[in-house]
Structure formats: structure tokens, C-alpha cells
Design a protein around this ligand. Structure first.
Ligand SMILES: *[C@@H]1O[C@H](CO)[C@@H](O)[C@H](O)[C@H]1NC(C)=O
Ligand SMILES: *[C@@H]1O[C@H](CO)[C@@H](O)[C@H](O)[C@H]1NC(C)=O
Ligand SMILES: *[C@@H]1O[C@H](CO)[C@@H](O)[C@H](O)[C@H]1NC(C)=O
Ligand SMILES: *[C@@H]1O[C@H](CO)[C@@H](O)[C@H](O)[C@H]1NC(C)=O
Ligand SMILES: *[C@@H]1O[C@H](CO)[C@@H](O)[C@H](O)[C@H]1NC(C)=O
Ligand SMILES: *[C@@H]1O[C@H](CO)[C@@H](O)[C@H](O)[C@H]1NC(C)=O
Ligand SMILES: *[C@@H]1O[C@H](CO)[C@@H](O)[C@H](O)[C@H]1NC(C)=O
Ligand SMILES: *[C@@H]1O[C@H](CO)[C@@H](O)[C@H](O)[C@H]1NC(C)=O
Ligand SMILES: *[C@@H]1O[C@H](CO)[C@@H](O)[C@H](O)[C@H]1NC(C)=O
Length: 399
């Protein structure tokens, strides 16, 4: 359901709900209804749960316009992973369509292709050192299109984590013309175009990141909300091993030839604070108002949010930066994420709620956010999961 909270709050005497889909490593995908009552109090209620993406769901790609959900099983203790599809029912429950074995360790996926024609889903395989692509055939059906395995001639500077290429995310550029895949092991951000008919991916010149930095996740920003060659485009890369965010000015090369990246900014993902090493930043998103950037930091539990019973439990953090027209970032806030290891978070369509998946706390925490100042605030709802949280998605626009 596409639901504006402003509508919800002004519709006196009605109780409105939006759904959150959450995956966790114990094998479950759970639907929660987030309800707000007339006095603005929120409730998170579990309405559905499935183990049909077992054993280790790592990522959810929601195709809200077509009522589909794709779930990746990382297969932590098996040779292979898998891709599962579901239809999303009106009540937020999921009906399983298909499960296919994949190269090992898929951790992220994105739908690409022709919105009105042939579409596909591209997956980033962390353990399997590969990108795969699958043709979507409607109603949640799909079939393998392409496996692209990668190797490293020699380990990277961080030998423990850079033993091999580790594809970590798959996103599109703002025009939907290129597939972008940060590779934590190879210190690259891979760039692909594709054949319009077959959706077969074609590798173009990658962005070469700093040695040992470990590119993980990234986000694009168009300051004037206009995409394409004629308007400014920036790219923000979170590097997990260096704990940095790097901003690049992006230009479009002619003849669908790829992207050219010029570094314009670099900072610790903590911003103004002293750079703590090993804070292992994970997720990054531009907010729906197009003015702020939020990054999750892990592995440093020196932050606290009071629990409902008043006790202070250790927490990792979210950093908010303001996006400036020249592509640089201005630090705004660092704030507790509500648990340990915020692997991923999603912002709702209004920008007023941030749902955080705290992996090692096995929870989802929904934090209030002031859209005008960009400041994240108190939790409005929390919920425990049966296993380590890997992904949380709203059933609407997702960032
Ligand atoms: C809204 O929910 C809160 C917390 O559950 C409760 O205290 C309050 O009475 C509710 N208000 C209405 C109007 O239902
Ligand atoms: C949420 O669940 C609780 C306990 O099961 C129940 O009392 C409450 O009515 C539910 N709220 C909504 C909005 O469904
Ligand atoms: C899906 O496929 C994977 C890989 O073959 C397998 O391990 C898993 O058990 C399957 N999941 C379900 C729910 O059938
Ligand atoms: C499963 O993993 C093995 C070993 O990595 C690989 O050779 C095989 O192609 C994978 N199966 C599929 C269907 O991707
Ligand atoms: C990329 O941009 C730089 C300027 O930042 C320029 O020197 C270089 O020639 C460009 N590369 C391509 C392939 O156009
Ligand atoms: C954790 O973050 C705090 C606040 O920035 C910092 O003072 C501290 O040194 C960090 N600790 C570690 C172990 O990185
Ligand atoms: C977490 O921090 C410790 C040192 O405090 C470091 O040894 C470890 O590698 C870090 N983990 C990650 C995932 O960065
Ligand atoms: C308070 O609640 C947290 C979970 O939210 C729990 O871990 C902690 O033990 C509780 N503390 C007390 C004193 O009950
Ligand atoms: C799961 O979380 C626990 C802490 O609750 C942590 O020790 C463990 O490493 C985590 N495992 C994975 C695979 O996320």
C-alpha cells in the first residue's frame, strides 16, 4: 500500500498501516504491519512469516509496482545460494512462486532492463565472486541469463577480506542505463551496460577505488533531481575496510560508453568526529527530500538509545550528512541505530521514518526523522527477529 503518513495522521479516527518486509539469517522472511493511531503512537505487529527463502535470507528486492518480492538466500553453510520470488498479497502476506539455485553468497540485487519490456534482476555474489543476471518472465517467474565470475591475480592489501573479489551490491545509475557493482575484494566499482533485447551484461571501465578500501555500497545524487548527461550527477561510495565515504562527480561518456568518476570529497563515515578505525560502514541512502545522505556504521557500540524499560543497551550508529551543490558533504548528526551492526536500513517514502535492521541485535528499530532538519530522532517502534537481521524494506518507494 502506498500510504502517506501525513494522510494517515490527518485521517482522524482511522488506524492506518504500512507493511515492512524483513529478512533474517535464521531462514525467515516476516511481514510487519506498522500502524499509527490517531494520537500518533505506532505499533509493529507481525502479520506473516515464511521460511520459503531459507536457509539464510540476505536481501529483499521489492518490485512494488508489480506486487513482487525477490529474496536472496546467501547459503552461509552451503556451496550455493538461491533466488526466490513471491507475489505480495493485499494483506502483506507472500505467496512463493519459485526458488532457483545460484552461485554462492548472493547478498544484493536490483531489477534492470526495459520497464515496459524485457526486464531482469542482477545479483551481487559476495562469496561466489560473481555477478549473475536472471530474465524476469512475469508473475515472479525467472530464468538464468548470465553468470559472470571474477578472480583476483593476487590478494588485496587487506589479505583477510580481499582474498578474492567480493561483489557486494547491485544498483542502477539514475538514468537506469548502467548497472553498478561495488567489489569489496577487488577495490573496484564495476560498471555494466546491457543488450536491450537479451539483457546480457557488458563490462565497461570500472571506477578504481583506493587500495585496501573495500567498496561496499553506494548511492547516486542529482542535486536538481534531473538525471542524465546534461545535469550534475554525484556518486557516494561507502568503503567498509577504510571506513570512508568518497564523493565523485560523474559524467556520462558518449555512445552509452560508461561513466567517468572524478573524486570531489572524502571523509570518515563518522564525519566531524575523530576517525575510529574499523567502524565497518554498511548502508548508504539519499533521503527522499533529496537533501541528505545517511550512512550506517557498525562495530562500535559506544552509542546508546534508552530501551522501553529505561536500561541503556549498546548501539551502533547512523551518520547524517547534508548534500551540498558542489558534491561535498556537511556533517549533521551521528545517532544511535537502536542496536548492534546496522547492516541495512530503509527510509519510508515521506522521509519521516527510518527502519533499521540491526543484524547482531536481531531487531528492527523504526526511528522518527525530521524531514526539514534531517535529524533522526527517537524510536517509534521496535521488534525482535528470530535471527540476525539482514534487510528491511517498506512496501512502497524504498531508499
Ligand atoms: C494510541 O496508542 C497509544 C499506545 O498504545 C495509547 O496509549 C493511546 O491510548 C492510543 N490512542 C488512541 C486514540 O487510540
Ligand atoms: C497488535 O497485536 C496486539 C497483540 O497481538 C493486539 O492486541 C493489537 O490489537 C494489534 N494491533 C493492531 C493494530 O493490529
Ligand atoms: C532454495 O534453493 C537452495 C539452493 O539450492 C536450497 O538450499 C534451499 O533449501 C531452497 N529453499 C527452499 C525453501 O526450497
Ligand atoms: C553451485 O556452486 C558450484 C560451486 O561454486 C558451482 O560450480 C555451480 O555452478 C553452482 N550452481 C549454480 C546453479 O549456480
Ligand atoms: C574523465 O574526466 C577527467 C577529468 O576529470 C578527464 O581528464 C578524462 O579525460 C575523462 N575520461 C574520459 C574517458 O573521458
Ligand atoms: C567509537 O566511536 C566513538 C565515538 O566516535 C569513539 O570515541 C571511539 O574511539 C570509537 N571506538 C572504537 C573502538 O573505534
Ligand atoms: C571491528 O573492530 C575490531 C577492532 O576493534 C577489528 O579487529 C575488526 O576487524 C572490526 N571488524 C570489522 C568488520 O571491521
Ligand atoms: C530491558 O530491556 C532489554 C531489551 O529491550 C533487556 O535486554 C534488558 O535486560 C532489560 N533490562 C531490565 C533491567 O529489565
Ligand atoms: C549473529 O549475531 C551474533 C550476535 O548476536 C554474532 O555473534 C554473530 O557473529 C552473528 N552472525 C552472523 C552470521 O550474522
Amino acid at each position: 500500500m502506498r500510504l502517506s503518513l501525513i494522510t494517515a495522521l490527518s485521517a482522524a479516527a482511522t488506524v492506518s498501516a504500512t507493511n515492512l518486509f524483513v529478512s533474517d539469517y535464521s531462514g525467515t522472511v516476516t511481514t510487519f504491519a506498522l500502524t499509527v493511531n490517531t494520537t500518533g503512537s505506532y505499533t509493529l505487529n507481525q502479520t506473516f512469516q515464511t521460511t520459503e527463502c531459507a536457509p539464510n535470507p540476505s536481501w529483499l528486492t521489492v518490485d512494488i509496482d508489480r506486487g513482487l518480492l525477490f529474496c536472496l538466500n546467501e547459503g552461509l553453510n552451503s556451496v550455493n545460494g538461491s533466488l526466490s520470488s513471491f507475489t505480495i498479497n493485499r494483506d502483506g502476506s507472500l505467496s512463493h512462486v519459485k526458488n532457483e539455485t545460484t552461485i554462492s553468497g548472493p547478498v544484493n540485487g536490483v531489477i534492470y532492463g526495459n520497464a515496459a519490456g524485457q526486464r531482469g534482476i542482477a545479483l551481487a555474489h559476495y562469496t561466489g565472486s560473481a555477478v549473475s543476471s536472471w530474465l524476469l518472465e512475469g508473475g515472479g517467474k525467472f530464468q538464468l541469463n548470465q553468470n559472470i565470475p571474477y578472480t583476483l591475480p593476487k590478494p588485496g592489501p587487506n589479505a583477510a577480506r580481499q582474498d578474492a573479489p567480493h561483489e557486494h551490491e547491485a544498483i542502477l545509475d539514475p538514468t537506469g542505463q548502467y548497472l553498478i557493482v561495488p567489489d569489496l575484494g577487488a577495490d573496484l566499482v564495476r560498471v555494466f551496460s546491457w543488450d536491450a533485447q537479451t539483457l546480457v551484461l557488458k563490462a565497461l571501465a570500472p571506477l578504481v577505488a583506493a587500495p585496501g578500501s573495500g567498496p561496499r555500497h553506494a548511492a547516486f545524487w542529482n542535486p536538481y533531481a534531473v538525471t542524465g548527461a546534461g545535469s550534475p550527477t554525484y556518486f557516494y561510495l561507502v568503503s567498509e575496510l577504510a571506513s570512508t565515504v568518497t564523493g565523485y562527480s560523474v559524467t556520462y561518456l558518449p555512445n552509452n560508453g560508461g561513466l567517468n568518476f572524478t573524486e570531489v570529497f572524502k571523509s570518515s563515515t563518522y564525519g566531524l568526529l575523530d576517525q575510529p578505525a574499523y567502524n565497518a560502514p554498511a548502508e548508504i541512502h539519499v533521503t527522499p527530500d533529496n537533501r541528505f545522505l545517511i550512512i550506517s556504521n557498525r562495530n562500535n557500540t559506544s552509542f546508546h538509545l534508552p530501551e522501553p524499560n529505561g536500561s541503556l543497551l549498546p548501539s551502533d550508529s547512523l551518520t547524517t550528512f547534508r548534500l551540498l551543490p558542489d558534491g561535498t558533504l556537511a556533517w549533521v548528526q551521528i545517532w544511535p541505530s537502536g542496536g548492534m551492526y546496522p547492516r541495512q536500513f530503509s527510509i519510508d517514502g515521506t522521509g519521516s521514518l527510518v527502519a533499521v535492521g540491526n543484524q547482531n541485535s536481531q531487531n528492527v528499530v523504526v526511528l522518527a526523522r525530521d524531514v526539514s532538519t534531517g535529524l533522526i530522532g527517537e524510536p517509534v517502534a521496535r521488534m525482535g527477529l528470530p535471527g540476525n537481521t539482514t534487510c528491511v524494506m517498506w512496501d512502497e518507494w524504498n531508499a
